[in-house]
Ligand binder design. Structure first.
Ligand SMILES: [Zn+2]
Length: 474
């Protein structure tokens, strides 16, 4: 940090973690990241939430400085953005001060609710959250200014609602409500990733960093920059400690910040806002896909399964690589972050197989229940156990299959059959458990159970209609 000025300016300080195309890791300021974007392989943050948040922030800067993209073909002739595109950043340098007197980046000087600064980073336990593998003590463990900046950038995307304490208004979610799954075109360099995301927009508007204070958006047509940068918390970082301490976020030994003011910014959820990185599954009432809470026991639960999301993408977008990031929450509880890098191939099969996979996977519970009931109609428990057994293995199988979705879309029916066989070892284990013994009936039933898997050979007509009829898994 520049101790003399003490303001930690994000244009110049080296805070964005990047992996260069030559394999080097380093941190860069905003201006260097934009002007060297062609030499940057990607944003090198271990948590995908940061990768999405930083990319969206850089994209917002690009819109703010240049407006809509120039005519097709005129940018791809160079391999990074020219430095003279970003003179607006220098003209508004004070908007990007993280600390110090005067304007503060993504902060509100009127905020009044002292909290541990680790509230900004979801994966670090704060308050009375459980300590699992990472131990942190409020007001003794701190974050370096770079980690604080990344935490502030997460606010518009990943805030959840929940209680904030006695006599305090509840914390509320950001503009997208309960964090949806974000789908971001993701190319082989930061430069091409930004270009892939930079689409012509009719209402660009102004970002929140130029206006002090945090307000609600009243417009019917929410401007792009206002929507991308609307803050869901009023935060004010306190001064860093004098001595060097290890940052609990990144491990850097530096002058860390221990506390901040942290308050709700009121209701920001806005169904007039069309987020460029959210896939809306239904329009009325509007529904988005959310990350699956795999900690909930019983039935396999996911607001909308991943094939529905991918089918929608395949139907509406050009072949492209996509980073898909879902932050699973349970009210105010942070549960899990899920990410997939999916390449939709040039010659992909259509979305029918995805809908078929979804439909057939849902039917497995009924299939197994029928087999288990079989001749022992009195044992209702068996049927319940069958449902739980499928619920227990589906997250594992869906995880493996969704990681190969690019191959599946390119590979056709054979590839989908191989995907269905991912169920085989799991179903064999379930078969031994549900039908033990060596009688003819037990062995026969074991074979039946072991053969339960989505039937991807049998094409169904109007799968798409069927799969939506009931509004997804409940
Ligand atoms: Zn740090």
């Amino acid at each position: 940090m520049n101790e003399k000025r003490g303001n930690y300016n994000l244009l110049e300080e080296r805070w964005i973690p990047v992996l260069m195309t030559d394999g080097r890791f380093c941190r860069l300021g905003i201006k260097d990241a934009l002007t060297q974007a062609g030499r940057i392989r990607q944003i090198a943050a271990s948590n995908p939430m940061d990768r999405v948040a930083i990319l969206r922030f850089l994209l917002a800067l690009l819109y703010w400085c240049r407006g809509n993209p120039p005519q097709e073909g005129s940018v791809t002739s160079v391999d990074s953005f020219p430095a003279d595109w970003f003179s607006k950043l220098d003209d508004n340098k004070d908007c990007f001060n993280l600390l110090g007197d005067g304007k503060r980046f993504y902060q509100d000087c009127t905020a009044q609710r002292p909290q541990a600064v680790t509230q900004l980073i979801q994966e670090i336990p704060a308050g009375n959250n459980f300590w699992h593998f990472r131990h942190s003590t409020d007001k003794r463990s701190g974050l370096c200014p770079a980690c604080c900046a990344m935490g502030l950038l997460r606010l518009p995307l990943f805030s959840v609602s929940g209680l904030s304490g006695p006599k305090e208004p509840n914390l509320m979610a950001g503009i997208n409500g309960v964090p949806p799954v974000y789908v971001v075109p993701w190319e082989k360099s930061l430069f091409s990733t930004l270009l892939a995301n930079w689409a012509t927009c009719t209402n660009i508007g102004e970002p929140s960093w130029i206006q002090p204070g945090i307000g609600q958006i009243q417009n019917n047509d929410v401007p792009l920059l206002a929507g991308l940068t609307l803050l869901s918390r009023r935060v004010l970082l306190h001064d860093p400690v004098k001595e060097s301490v290890t940052c609990i976020g990144c491990g850097e030994k530096t002058a860390v910040i221990l506390t901040c003011e942290f308050q709700t910014a009121g209701k920001q959820e806005n169904d007039k806002w069309n987020d460029p990185h959210v896939v809306y599954l239904d329009r009325k009432p509007r529904k988005t896909l959310r990350g699956a809470d795999l900690t909930s026991a019983g039935k396999f639960r996911m607001d909308r399964p991943w094939p529905d999301l991918l089918a929608r993408i395949v139907e509406t977008r050009k072949p492209v690589s996509l980073l898909i990031v879902g932050f699973a929450t349970n009210k105010a509880k942070n549960v899990d972050v899920w990410e997939r890098l999916v390449t939709v191939p040039q010659n992909h099969s259509n979305s029918t197989s995805l809908y078929q996979w979804q439909d057939k996977s849902r039917g497995l519970e009924d299939w197994l229940r029928e087999i288990v009931r079989g001749r022992r109609k009195t044992r209702k428990d068996d049927a319940r156990i069958a449902v739980s057994a499928i619920a227990a293995i589906r997250p594992h199988v869906e995880g493996r299959v969704s990681s190969k979705v690019g191959e599946l879309l390119a590979g056709g029916d054979d590839a989908w059959e191989r995907a269905a066989r991912e169920y085989r070892p799991m179903m064999c284990a379930i078969a031994s458990s549900l039908s033990p013994g060596f009688t003819t009936a037990a062995v026969e039933r074991r074979q039946q159970i072991a053969s339960v898997m989505p039937n991807m050979r049998q094409k169904q007509i109007q799968l798409k209609k069927n799969s939506r009829k009931k509004g997804g898994d409940k």
